[in-house]
Structure formats: C-alpha cells, structure tokens
Design a protein around this ligand. Structure first.
Ligand SMILES: [Zn+2]
Length: 290
C-alpha cells in the first residue's frame, strides 16, 4: 500500500467508522464479503435460503452485531467469524420480519461464549420439601436480562458434521429469549411469546388464547409420542424428545426444527407450524405475509 503512514491510518479509521455506521443502520455491507461467504458456507441451515433472504439476513446480522457485546469465558477469544456464526443463526428466524423484529432481542446485550459445555450447580425442592442438589451439564442458557450463554463447540455443532438433524443450539437459546421478551421480571418462559399486534387478524386476547390452545395440543401430542417410544418401544419421534419437558422447551425445540427443516416439522405438527409461519411472517404461496 502506498501513501504516507498518517494517510493510511486515516483511511483505515475512516473505513472502520464507515463500517460501524453501516452496521448500525442494518446495512449488510458492513460485513466483509469474504467473511459472510465463509459463514454462509459453514452453516447448512442457510443453504436453502434464496438471494433475497440472504441479503435480509446479512442486514439483520449487521444490526445485531452493532447492538450486542460478545465476550469469551475462561480465556476464549471471540473473533469476528465466531460472532457472525452466532449472529447468523440468531437472526435466521427473524429474516421475514426484518429489522424491527430485532426488538425481540432488546432485553439483553451480552452474549458469552464458553470454551466447552458448562456445569451448573442446581438446587430444587421436591413435593415433600426435600432439597435436591445436583450438577447440570449445559450447552447454553438464556436468562431474563441476559446474557445468553453458549458453549462454543456446540455453536459450531450446527456447522458441517453436526450430529443432530433438526437441532440448533443458538436458535434454541434465542427462542427462549423471544419467549422471555416483554414478560414481567421473574416470570419464566412458557412457550407463549408476546404476539405481534393484529396476529391472525384476532384481538390480542383471542390471539393469545389461540396460541395457547394450539401449543398445548401440539405439546401433548409430542409428550404422548415420546412416552410411547420410551415405554412401549414405538419408533422415536423425529422432533427432539427434550421438547416434551415443558411448553417452553417445546417452543424452543420446535423453533430449532422450524428453521432447520420446516417441512419435516410440518409433517408432525401441521397446525403448530401454521402458527409459527404467522409468528415469523413466512410469506404465503401468493407472496403475502400472513
Ligand atoms: Zn431450553
């Protein structure tokens, strides 16, 4: 590179500032082409997206990265590629709703990557009042007010060589964040997120009721399928059995499956997928958003 040293410095600073300015405006060009291409290639869940969807996703990622602060635990250094791998998966469910949907992630700023899975000490009381203490192995965790915590190897687990089909840790934890968004402090995730105004053309109360009914039915069906498999040796459901745990986990697990293989999920839970289509504003065959 030619030119005096001070000029190179000023040019470098201007490019940096310009990139930040673009990112804050949700302009995907803030993300360097080569980095974006590499991350898209690394994430099979993005391979079926068309050009328009990829452009919208890149814009979302730029705005997401401008709003979030990444840190690494236990000396893990988080570079641009790692942050973008998280951003691309976190923003994937929002691609049809666009930048305004990033408000679903406004309740927290921090995202912490751990070098490995985490051991969390747990303490519970059973019905008889007996205290149980145990360690739980966690790949990720979302809590009210943040941060979102992710085990870095599992973020990469969604890249080539991933074991589970239909699984995606990042989408799972960010689905919990969507669920928690707007809930009063201390109220746990329950699978019933804040619904967009005018959802399905219903009043807010009717929309909530509809969501609750369809969620309860789909969750009950999944629990039954998991029980039939575990107790009577029926074939296992394709959907992660962990979704049987609670409506909140069913929502998170089905958001993963919805983004990774919507058609397969629809075979098992058609009515629930129709609701997710509306929630994530998936365009209908006629090109309109529901
Ligand atoms: Zn979960």
């Amino acid at each position: 590179m030619g030119g005096p040293r001070w000029l190179r410095k000023v040019t470098h600073w201007l490019k940096h500032w310009h990139r930040r300015w673009r990112a804050r405006r949700g302009d995907g060009r803030a993300i360097p082409d080569r980095l974006w291409a590499r991350v898209v290639a690394d994430l099979p869940c993005l391979h079926a997206l068309d050009t328009g969807e990829l452009t919208r996703l890149r814009d979302l990622c730029a705005a997401f990265l401008a709003r979030k602060v990444f840190s690494g635990a236990h000396g893990l250094v988080v570079d641009d590629r790692m942050a973008l791998l998280v951003a691309a998966q976190a923003c994937l469910p929002l691609r049809h709703r666009g930048l305004t949907a990033l408000a679903w992630y406004d309740d927290f700023v921090g995202i912490v990557l751990h070098p490995d899975e985490m051991i969390a000490p747990r303490r519970t009381h059973d019905a008889a009042g007996v205290v149980h203490e145990y360690d739980e192995t966690l790949a990720g965790e979302a809590m009210q007010g943040g941060p979102i915590v992710l085990a870095w190897p599992r973020v990469l687990g969604a890249a080539p060589g991933a074991a589970g089909i239909g699984h995606n840790l990042v989408i799972h934890e960010f689905a919990h964040a969507i669920d928690l968004h707007g809930k009063p402090l201390g109220q746990p995730a329950d699978g019933c997120p804040l619904l967009p105004a005018g959802f399905l053309g219903l009043s807010a109360a009717a929309a909530r009721q509809r969501w609750h009914t369809v969620l309860s039915e789909a969750h009950a069906t999944h629990r039954q399928r998991v029980a039939l498999h575990e107790r009577f040796g029926a074939p296992p459901p394709w959907l992660d059995a962990y979704g049987a745990e609670s409506p909140a986990e069913f929502f998170a697990v089905t958001c993963e499956a919805y983004c990774v293989d919507r058609e397969r999920l629809a075979e098992a839970h058609a009515e629930w997928v129709a609701l997710l289509d509306a929630f994530f504003a998936r365009p209908t065959a006629s090109g309109n958003t529901p």
